[in-house]
Design a binder for this molecule. Sequence first.
Ligand code: 5CA
Length: 446
Amino acid sequence: MRLSRYFLPVLKETPAEAQIVSHRLMLRAGMIRQASAGIYSWLPLGYRVLRNIERIVHEEQARAGHIPLLMPTLQSADLWRESGRYDAYGEEMLRITDRNNRDMLYGPTNEELITDIFRSHVTSYKDLPLTLYHIQWKFRDEIRPRFGVMRGREFLMKDGYNFDVSKEAALHAYNRHLVSYLRTYERMGLQAIPMRAESGPIGGDDTHEFLVLASTGESGVFYDSEVTDLTFGDREIDYDDVAQCQAVLEEFTSRYARTDDTHDEAVFHERVPEARRREARGIEVGQIFYFGTKYSEPMGAMVDDGQGNRVPVHMGSHGIGVSRLVGAIIEASHDDKGIVWPEGVTPFHCGIVNLRQGDGAADAACEGLYKALRAQGLEPLYDDREERAGAKFATMDLIGLPWRITVGPRGLEKGVVELTSRKSGESEEMSPEAAVARIAEIYTGV
Ligand code: 5CA
């Protein structure tokens, strides 16, 4: 993309309404624009990051054997009356009446709708196990929408639902989700720690939240510092292997790590030596639940269990805060100049800064780099504007592309351009061909 033809409305001033750094940077970098309280338009740069997060989520769900579909945002109130949640959900639910006076709602979550799909089509244990998921907008009329996309009213969520014949099988689905989430967040450059949590309006006893440690997080967390040493890495997982998934769950959840809802000071002191006790704040970027037959029983989602009985299916639901993640990644990765995107989610793979737009050699070198990078399947952002070098650098630093190639007449006389890491700030001179090769190599396997 050439910046002169792009739509990147960066702000010079720091917006006064934004209280936390990710919100400020998202506004300044022209990623989002508030449409009304807690509701945002995703401008082109922000939309690219959102799509990258979705892509990683889809890829990791496919790896775990989960099947994508798409349910609507608007739902019929009648389904929610069947589960008993229509009245119970309270003020957070946006209730709508259509022209025929039918009660509708903008879905805050989809347990009822997916259970209705399931019960209409599946009747036998032979069709199980089954996990269906979608990535769709949700609406929760939060009392205090704040921090930009972190606590929105309209927000994008990946929500998945498993259907299993027994509790045992459903707990494997729970473990499988935990494992696949660890991999998903790591690909986004995040450490998200599974912590024992409260299930709230979704229900059930087994639940973990995934938290990214950040001082601006809305959740209080208490944990054994050893949990921060764990990494998932590129281990091979067979998602059908019950013992392997269970072992990963145990590895990542056996140490004390709880949100303030479930924290127990006495247990914390008993289980964790003082030097390893940590109290901090975290951003909840996902949550997994096992709630058994809470929805299948009242809604009649039954299967033949192979022994002549019709039994309600065991279910769980599993969510990832897709739009919240954009903010969470920025909270975890920025400096005083702007965003520092992890390679997995960056909106463009690298920037090209032309220090002397209009200079024949500099223009030709930039064009050459631009084409060569694209030929490698990479998307560079080429700053081809007639701007001062300082302004171009400031924009690149603000929008946080992990790599920048700087091209100027002086370097070109020596046959070199400069490759700079946004994270370390270190630069290296090399030929344009070497810069392209280096960037292509960096993104192999990301
Ligand atoms: N049905 C279940 C799992 S699919 C569910 O709704 N879970 S949830 O309530 O925990 O939401 C899943 C994730 O969505 C949360 O972990 C959080 O990351 C994100 N989320 C929840 N509320 C908001 C909000 N108001 N703004 C942005 N993201 C949110």
